[in-house]
Design a protein around this ligand. Structure first.
Ligand code: AHR
Length: 634
């Protein structure tokens, strides 16, 4: 290239770059606080969850032991290893002939042929990519066991540092005789440094044969629940102010096959009565997170349950045809609703009380199936109608969500799903503006801007926030929404679906920029949508406003462009005098900027305050920014 053509090229590049800049003239946003346009849904923001990316096992469900039911493959028992110290000798294998229950009818057989006090032998579990031990913490454990010894066999349980072999917490359990029994124990750590590089050892100090099953160790959990959840993750979810929890899926509800669906009756009561099952995301589920645990999760975060019931379609295409064949599944759903909502004088309400929760839960929404548009046999019209009729007959107040439009009837609510790149989310921003308000309400039950892995980057957060402004503006129609997937274990092999809201390993967790965008959006929501209009803004400026009279106006603005956007904001009706506003800003230097497990706080909300005197505010939206203004109305 000669000098002249290089010059032309430079000029062209400048021209192209200038053409793509947003207008630098101030945009004008007018909001008429005296003119409500529509009501805003108070339950717009919620959570969607399923067993994916080690969301529960190895994630939210705080169990430290991996493969507590001793599954095995050609290589041996997964995640468990032999311990032979000093001169001891031991062998482990699965014994298919003995187990503690009908649901779990096998066990690990540990044959210790040589051991003494200085040379113990047994097994160890590696945990979910480690086992975090914190200082001065109590670890609650249990296992089912039997031995070949008639009297008491002392069994040592210990949390052990991987690198040094040092014991950091321990317990001794006397296993009595040959009948299966459950044993419970506590282990207390001392002033040890916090670390995920630990494992669990279970050993004996004499020759013996020991059968073990359902080995469990929990750290302190959120609200100290037995069989409970990880504290850091629950705190992160609480900060989103979610109003509902859609569970248990997603694909996980449907199962790859009918017999691996979320069969809730096998996921209640003591864990020894839960057989475990194959998940849909390439790993099995311990089923420790069963129906009651989902409900207690709702209770802990003050969310209403949004119960998805299995509707006769599984991912491999297996379908239960509408009609008599489907009746069993409809009855299962009715029983499930009774388990959730029934008094203790009902059959399934009494079972729930026996499981430890006498008070019924309040339920408003039931979803029939998941993504039934994939059903090639096209049976959803009939299946939905059959569930709808039966559920409404017994529970007329329940709102029944369909997973797709239904021919022949109008569902109460239809669930829309969107997974797109940033540009695709921008394209959706006007989608609901002109939609018929006489049809079913909308639940956006899964959505995400999929840019960034394992968790979304700032560019994705900008796409997400832009999309959320459209849901807020239309929240008379869009009554609920939930991002998906919610959780990801960031260890190698932990992720099956990329761009997940919150990442974690055994030790810690972090929120993605998209997570913080949702924390900000969920922090301020009015009860109505005032009339508003914007003009002169760049194509990547988005906004929504909701307000509650005499209380607050919540203004959300997104500038997804690489340059700042000046904007004049007129709040008609604000009145004279000065009004204070809290402002939260999420921004970064580039769309690919992100948070990681090692660098969790690169992109986090920054709080500031602004005073608005009169009804006009001159403001500049920073480049690549999301801002939430909470303006006090007196
Ligand atoms: O969120 C991941 C998956 O996406 C869900 O399981 C399914 O419903 C959707 O296709």
């Amino acid at each position: 290239m000669n000098y002249r053509s290089a010059q032309v090229c430079t000029l062209l590049l400048v021209a192209v770059a200038t053409a793509s800049l947003p207008a630098q003239t101030p945009a004008r946003l007018t909001i008429d606080l005296n003119r409500p346009k529509a009501t805003a849904s108070p339950i717009l923001y919620g959570l969607m969850t399923e067993e994916i990316n080690y969301s529960y096992d190895g994630g939210l469900y705080a169990e430290l032991v991996r493969n507590r039911t001793f599954r095995s493959d050609w290589s041996g028992i997964l995640d468990w290893y032999v311990v032979e110290k000093g001169s001891s000798a031991a062998k482990i294998g699965v014994d298919a002939t003995t187990g503690p229950s009908t649901a779990i009818s096998n066990s690990a057989k540990i044959e210790v042929t040589r051991a003494d006090a200085n040379s113990p032998a047994g097994i160890l579990n590696e945990g979910w990519w480690g086992m975090t031990v914190r200082p001065n913490a109590e670890y609650t454990g249990s296992f089912w066991a039997r031995s070949d010894k008639p009297g008491a066999l002392p069994v040592q349980v210990a949390l052990v540092v991987d690198q040094s072999g040092k014991i950091v917490a321990r317990a001794s359990v006397a296993v009595n005789g040959s009948a299966w029994q459950e044993y419970k124990f506590k282990m207390q750590s001392g002033a040890v440094p916090v670390s995920p590089e630990n494992h669990l050892e279970i050993t004996v100090d004499r020759p013996a044969t020991l059968w073990l099953q359902l080995v469990s160790v929990f750290p302190p959990t959120y609200h100290n629940r037995a069989n409970g959840n990880r504290v850091d993750l629950m705190e992160k979810l609480a900060a989103m102010h979610p109003s509902f929890l859609r569970f248990p899926g997603g694909n996980y509800l449907e199962g790859n096959r009918i017999d691996s669906r979320f069969d809730w009756k096998k996921m209640i009561g003591p864990t020894v009565n839960r057989p475990t099952h194959a998940g849909t995301w390439s790993y099995p589920s311990s089923d420790g997170m069963g129906l009651l645990e989902f409900l207690e999760w709702c209770e802990d975060l003050k969310m209403q349950p949004l119960l998805a019931v299995y509707a006769g379609y599984s991912l491999n295409g297996e379908v239960v045809k509408p009609g008599p064949e489907l009746d069993t599944y409809v009855q299962d759903a009715l029983d499930e609703i009774e388990y959730v909502t029934g008094g203790t004088d009902t059959k399934w309400g009494a079972v729930r009380a026996k499981d430890g929760h006498a008070a019924p839960f309040t339920l408003h929404y039931v979803e029939v199936g998941n993504e039934d548009n994939f059903d090639k046999a096209k049976t959803y019209d009939g299946r939905y109608a059959q569930f709808y009729k039966a559920i409404k007959a017994k529970y007329p107040a329940l709102q029944i969500i369909a997973t797709m439009p239904v021919n022949g009837m109008t569902p109460d609510v239809v669930d829309d799903h969107y997974y797109k790149r940033q540009q695709g989310m921008f394209d959706l921003v006007t989608h609901y503006d002109s939609m018929d308000r006489k049809g079913p309400k909308i639940f956006v039950g899964e959505w995400a801007t999929r840019e960034g892995t394992p968790t979304p980057n700032l560019g994705a957060a900008l796409g997400d926030a832009a999309f959320l402004t459209s849901l807020e503006r239309n929240s008379d129609l869009v009554v609920m929404s939930a991002y998906a997937p919610l959780l990801v274990n960031v260890n190698p092999g932990g992720m099956q679906w990329s761009s997940d809201l919150i990442g974690y390993d055994a030790l810690s967790s972090y929120g993605s920029p998209s997570y913080y965008a949702q924390v900000m959006f969920g922090s301020c929501l009015g009860d109505h949508i005032p009339v508003s209009d914007v003009s002169g803004a760049g194509a990547k400026t988005f906004y929504s406003v909701t307000a509650t009279a005499k209380s607050k106006a919540c203004l959300k603005m997104v500038n997804a462009a690489s340059v700042p956007q000046p904007i004049t904001i007129n709040l008609s009706g604000l009145g004279t005098g000065t009004h204070n506003a809290g402002v939260q800003t999420l921004s970064g230097a580039a769309p690919w900027a992100t948070n990681t497990i090692k660098d969790p706080a690169r992109i986090v909300p920054v709080a500031s305050k602004v005073s608005i005197t009169g009804e006009t505010l001159q403001h500049t939206l920073p480049a690549y920014s999301i801002q939430v203004f909470e303006i006090e109305l007196k």
